[in-house]
Write a protein that binds this ligand. Structure first.
Ligand code: PMP
Length: 288
């Protein structure tokens, strides 16, 4: 595998970052996870826009233009002869001294990995995921905003540990007020009375690209969507529930903390939206 690292393609074994990079020392940096379908990168511009917004929020100047970054993502896929896969685009703060001050860092490092994707087990898509509620709450938006896709994922990892220890793959995370924020690596939707409902970004959710795609598709299919605060009770008593993410795509949820949601099987709206999503991923995207 060839990795894009600061303007060059290097072998996997040579793709190394300094131990003085603040991305390593402090989780100081931003990233994106993007999908490649049939030689086309899905919603590439949206991902690059979000990367620049994340970078702006942490006062990191990305030393490449949006167009150059798009081109580098495409080139990395071509270099690896990839047709379907997952692209990890990372911008670290760069090499600095041992102090916290990010402005001691000379130049951000940019690397791109284009590889095959590790999906959730097939059974998760067929039967639905059994969610637990994590005791670890989602970061407060005035601490590290969940809208920033930063390299600092410990909040999510602590919750993911709870999921794994409980024998499942995802956990529902609540915000400081007790409302649903999102899952550790996915956004959350419920269906109730034919309406889709999802927490607003202000509840502590990432502005997911898959989330916005699903909202767009729902609009086209005549399914009403509402961004609103949701509680665990709302999820448990919903007709359907599903998760969205670039890696996971659309994942039906079977239960929350042992309470079966709806029939416990992937619901009709979930399946309809998943079909429309898969169709769209094959129909659009930036040709590499
Ligand atoms: N929330 C979190 C915390 C995530 O890490 C992700 C995956 N990037 C998502 C939501 C879903 O976002 P997207 O649809 O843009 O991949």
């Amino acid at each position: 595998m060839k990795i894009y690292l600061d303007g060059k393609f290097v072998d996997e074994a040579d793709a190394k970052i300094s131990v003085f990079d603040h991305g390593v020392l402090y989780g100081d940096g931003v990233f994106e996870g993007i999908r490649l379908y049939s030689g086309r990168i899905f919603r590439l511009e949206q991902h690059i826009d979000r990367l620049f917004d994340s970078a702006k929020a942490i006062m990191l100047d990305i030393p490449m233009s949006k167009a150059e970054l798009c081109a580098a993502c495409c080139a990395t896929c071509r270099e690896n002869k990839l047709v379907d896969g997952y692209i990890r685009l990372v911008v670290t703060r760069g090499v600095g001294n041992l102090g916290l001050n990010p402005f001691t860092c000379k130049r951000p490092s940019i690397f791109i990995i284009a590889a095959t994707i590790e999906l959730y087990p097939k059974a998760v898509y067929e039967k639905g995921v059994e969610l637990i509620t994590a005791a670890t709450m989602r970061n407060h938006p005035n601490a590290v905003s969940p809208a920033i896709k930063s390299l600092n994922y410990l909040n999510n990892i602590l919750a993911r540990i709870e999921a794994v220890k409980a024998g499942t793959v995802e956990a529902l995370m609540l915000n400081g007020q007790g409302f649903v924020a999102e899952c550790t690596g996915d956004n959350v939707f419920i269906c109730r009375g034919g309406q889709l409902q999802t927490p607003p970004s202000s509840a502590g959710a990432l502005n997911g690209i898959t989330r916005s795609t699903v909202m767009e598709l729902a609009g086209k299919l005549g399914i009403p969507v509402r961004e609103m605060n949701l509680t665990r009770y709302d999820v448990m008593t919903a007709d359907e529930c599903f998760l969205t993410g670039s890696a996971a795509e659309i994942v039906p949820v079977a239960s929350l903390d042992g309470r079966v949601i709806g029939t416990g099987k992937p619901g009709a709206l979930t399946l309809k939206l998943a079909a429309a999503f898969h169709k769209l991923t094959r129909a659009e995207g930036t040709a590499i």
